[in-house]
Design a protein around this ligand. Structure first.
Ligand code: ADP
Ligand code: MG
Length: 352
């Protein structure tokens, strides 16, 4: 009998935005909002000379979830695509969805299949996100081997075909196959947010985090840089170090401590290896990726988690992104570009 013990469920944030430094310029005010969207915590902090834009920012993230990305809500485009599985006519796609799926398919190819948005049948079989969020009751069971094999037989990039048409495109999904854009959703939310902030003439700086993905934008009134804490996988309330960056970046972390269920002392986390059908075991506890684009930082952090440090660093380099890995032994390894930004937490700060 496999039971979940009290306290074994956990949904944690991985990238911790350290907000310090108040307003220094006349007329510029800081507006903040913390709420939930996309099944996680959203933190918005904006420096603006105008009206409070945080409500609109939150609404646009929620709209993206409801209208485009959710595979649970029947109002979303992903839901409709999944409903169309098996239809030889396929389904028309919005421009955003076409570009997203095309980019995902390229990443599937470049990662040797480690990253795969056609994994829906498998992610639903495990359903770790729902268990970890406490949205399912009863006792979690590791799926049967044959059920895992059956779900895997319904996944794979060859089961999704895309076709470009003048506006957007079309998708053909094989019978039984389902998309899960969980690995890119938060990054896409950051890209939408960045687009919105750019349109507002009076916003000079902002930091927005959606779960483990953070957008930094502009420069704070006091000219201090952005500081992003990297969580300690053993104790996510602490940091192992800080990234210090200036200007516009997207920083995403994927870790085995973010969403998981523990069964008889075995941690079942939410990043699955398409090669085995089980939670990925690649020698790393967490991966943080920095990219100019949120969709990429998010997708790459998941892909690099599955690939492990060595192959993950090669993949990040191919995409012009920087990556940092916390390995199973607690070592921190990173791409050369990341070293410019990373500073380890001094040991006296991690004591007590
Ligand atoms: P989070 O959503 O917690 O920020 P990630 O960005 O790493 O974490 O995405 C993990 C989510 O992506 C899972 O919850 C699942 O929906 C989906 N997923 C799991 N494994 C893979 C994979 N190998 N490739 C693509 N998506 C995956
Ligand atoms: Mg991701």
């Amino acid at each position: 009998m496999k039971n979940i013990f009290p306290g074994a469920l956990s949904v944690c944030l991985s990238a911790i935005l350290i907000l310090a430094g108040g307003c220094g310029q006349a007329g510029i005010r800081e507006f903040t909002k913390t709420d939930t969207a996309m099944g996680t915590v959203v933190r918005i902090s904006v420096y603006s000379a105008g009206e409070d834009p945080t409500g609109e920012t939150l609404s646009l993230i929620r709209r993206l979830e409801e209208e485009t990305l959710s595979y649970r809500l029947d109002t979303s485009e992903v839901f409709r695509i999944n409903e169309s599985a098996g239809d030889p006519e396929g389904i028309p796609l919005s421009d955003t969805m076409y570009r997203t799926l095309a980019a995902c398919q390229k990443l599937t190819e470049d990662s040797g299949g480690a990253f795969d948005v056609t994994l829906g049948a498998l992610t639903r079989l495990w359903d770790i996100d729902q268990w970890a969020a406490g949205l399912r009751t009863g006792s979690f069971q590791i799926p049967e081997e044959e059920d895992i094999r059956e779900a895997l037989s319904r996944t794979g990039a060859d089961r999704l075909s895309l076709e470009a048409v003048s506006h957007g495109g079309a998708a053909y999904l094989e019978e039984g196959t389902a998309l899960d854009l969980g690995a890119v959703g938060k990054g896409l939310a950051l890209d939408e947010t960045a687009g919105y902030l750019e349109q507002q003439g009076d916003i000079t700086a902002a930091a927005v985090s959606v779960g483990g993905s953070v957008l930094t934008y502009g420069e704070k009134p006091d000219k201090s840089p952005w500081r992003i804490g990297i969580a300690d996988p053993d104790d996510p309330s602490r940091t192992i170090g800080v990234l210090t960056l200036r200007g516009q970046w997207c920083i995403s972390t994927s870790g085995d401590y973010q969403r998981y269920v523990e069964v008889d002392g075995v941690r079942c986390h939410h990043i699955l290896d398409p090669a085995t059908g089980y939670p990925a075991k690649s020698g790393v506890r967490s991966v943080t990726v920095v990219s100019a684009q949120g969709m990429l930082s998010d997708a790459l952090s998941t892909a690099c988690f599955v690939l492990g440090a060595e192959k993950g660093m090669e993949l990040a380099a191919e995409y012009g992104a920087e990556a940092l890995f916390v390995t199973d032994s607690g070592a921190v390894v990173m791409t050369p570009g990341m070293e410019e930004w990373f500073q380890e937490t001094e040991s006296e700060n991690t004591e007590e």
